[in-house]
Design a binder for this molecule. Structure first.
Ligand code: 13P
Length: 252
């Protein structure tokens, strides 16, 4: 089965509504001719409405970077999936390593957030990945498959089929130090093998696995040429319209 490439840009805590709109204008122009690749951008919460309005009818989807597990109530500062869907998001990133490390998202919280994403009708991009110490001690594969097992435990087959998984080795995020294409491919193949062990064939065959961690125009082609790498989750390089366009082009 051929999987359609999926490139997503995670803008992290960058670009308020005005600056996000400026980037969206540029993306709309530079990516107008794209038909071969699924594309999403994930602005900060406050910039979502501006980006949704700007990218309407472009085929570029808008994702949130996180969501709260709960639907509504007295939870100051929290944002529910239902609100994100109402604001025009179609996707949401769940379990990013920055959320796990800096904001205390445990495996249980990640699983609850995944459930909340489906409840709200959002398609999750689930992030997994090991630290450098875990890689150096030979635990990378078990860390990643344990994260998968914990996140997917309560999902139905129907839900799993709507998932995108992003492998983001923590040591490669924002460091300029990318996993080599061979290292990334090895982990992507391991993730697909884990999916094959636990789900019917259509799951490993159809799920898209993104690589994330210092993806740039200069390394995207080699990464995306790997058989089990179906896309990228791009941080820093997604803040520049030309760089993001070049990464999308490398996937096509
Ligand atoms: P960088 O591309 O800046 O390394 O960020 C990767 C990432 O964390 C995307 O979610």
């Amino acid at each position: 089965m051929s999987r359609r490439p999926f490139i997503a840009g995670n803008w992290k805590m960058n670009l308020g509504p005005r600056d996000a709109d400026t980037l969206a204008v540029a993306l709309k122009r530079l990516l107008a001719d794209n038909t071969a690749t699924d594309i999403a951008v994930a602005p900060p919460y406050v910039s979502i409405p501006a980006v949704v309005a700007r990218l309407r009818h472009t085929g570029i989807a808008v994702a949130a970077q996180d969501l709260d597990p709960l639907k509504s109530g007295a939870f100051t500062g929290a944002v529910a999936g239902e609100m994100l869907a109402q604001a025009g998001c179609s996707h949401v990133i769940v379990g990013h390593s920055e959320r796990r490390k800096l904001f205390g998202d445990t495996d249980d919280i990640v699983a609850a957030k995944l459930a909340a994403a489906y409840r709200a009708g959002l398609r999750p991009i689930l992030c997994v990945g090991e630290t450098l110490a875990e890689r150096d001690s030979g635990q990378a594969r078990s860390v990643v498959t344990n994260q998968l097992a914990a996140a997917l435990v309560d999902l139905s087959l129907h839900q799993v089929l709507k998932l995108t998984i992003a492998y983001e080795p923590i040591w490669a995020i924002g460091t300029g130090r990318t996993a080599s294409p061979a290292q990334a491919q090895e982990m992507h193949a391991a993730i697909r093998a884990w999916l094959a062990e636990h789900y019917p064939r259509e799951v490993p065959a159809s799920l898209r696995l993104q690589y994330g961690g210092s993806v740039k125009p200069g390394n995207a082609s080699a990464l995306l040429a790997q058989p089990d790498i179906d896309g990228a989750l791009v941080g820093g390089a997604a803040l520049n319209a030309e760089s993001f366009r070049d990464i999308v082009a490398a996937a096509s």
